[in-house]
Design a protein around this ligand. Structure first.
Ligand code: PLP
Length: 296
């Protein structure tokens, strides 16, 4: 199985610490490794030699699955949203990396992609590729949440607040399940929409959590110059790189909430750095085309 590297929490100031879970592995990094771990064990136990999953053109999950498959000897298939991307693999850092790991990329139209949980669509994929272990988009399922419960350790027991970015809700669900009674989990959705609370409620029974929904910066994958400058300043002062899709938005939100007095002054906050740094190159390419400042 993939080795999970040890690290220490990083102190930013008296109140805020970062758990650098992006350091847990070189290529299958952050929460995507946590979500894959028990799924990969299960796939091996079931005797599967192929893993099929779904994602967009810059997906951290696609990148992680491709790398894990290469390291552990699984064939991998990535069903990618957007037919037009088939001619752009070489210029897309995520897709070309996935392909270099041996992942087979299948491009589908945005309309077809919407059917990704539909059993007819999955049957057609089985006709095309044979038997496979199926991972949903973003990798969230019960085994993924089990892996995310392992993010928090003994060293984190004194924190009052634990913060994370939210995409599908798998990571925060694991944190909620693993939290101690005195701890509150705060999630910062990276996208618009109010379906997330319901999703999370399916996976957790504790009530010690809250979503803060005003730091999505316009929606999934959307950024502005304020956010980019924040990410660059944060790196200059702490040497910690943030990604623009998830952890940058979370960290911006945490410090904005501190300024607004949301957290009691003496409370201790742990921000989970869930990774996502492979996506910086792709974002910079888009920013460059728009003549906007880049992430340094
Ligand atoms: C995928 C991802 C998330 C979101 O995790 P979910 O379990 O889908 O909520 C957060 N941060 C990073 C860096 C990610 O890649």
């Amino acid at each position: 199985m993939l080795e999970i590297t040890d690290y220490r929490n990083f102190e930013i100031d008296n109140q805020v610490f970062v758990k650098p879970d992006y350091l847990n592995h070189e290529t299958v990094s952050g929460n995507k490794l946590r979500k894959l771990k028990h799924n990969l064990i299960e796939a091996k136990n079931e005797g599967k030699n192929t893993i099929l999953t779904f994602g967009g053109a810059y997906s951290n999950h696609i990148s992680a699955v491709a790398s894990a498959g290469q390291l552990l000897g699984f064939k991998t298939i990535g069903v990618i949203r957007g037919e037009e991307l088939v001619s752009k693999i070489e210029t897309n850092a995520t897709l070309s990396y996935a392909q270099s790991c041996g992942m087979t990329l299948k491009f589908v139209s945005r309309d077809n992609y919407r059917d990704k949980t539909n059993s007819d669509f999955i049957l057609k994929l089985r006709d095309e590729f044979g038997d496979f272990y199926l991972l949903p988009e973003g990798g969230t399922n019960a085994l993924a949440i089990k892996g995310c419960e392992e993010i928090l350790t003994e060293a984190d027991k004194d924190f009052d607040f634990i913060c994370c970015a939210v995409g599908t809700g798998g990571t925060i669900s694991g944190l909620i399940n693993a939290a101690l009674p005195h701890q509150k989990i705060i999630g910062f959705p990276a996208l618009k929409g109010d379906f997330l609370s319901q999703e999370i409620t399916k996976f957790v029974s504790n009530k010690n959590w809250e979503l803060i929904t005003q730091y999505h910066f316009g929606g999934y994958g959307k950024v502005n110059t304020t956010l980019i400058e924040y990410i660059n300043d944060f790196k200059a002062t702490t040497s910690i790189a943030l990604d623009p899709i998830y952890t940058g938005k979370m960290m911006f939100g945490i410090y904005d909430l501190i300024e607004k007095g949301y957290f009691p002054k003496t409370s201790k906050i742990l921000a989970i750095h869930t990774g996502g740094l492979q996506g910086v190159e792709g974002m910079n390419q888009r920013l460059k085309q728009q003549n906007k400042p880049l992430i340094v």
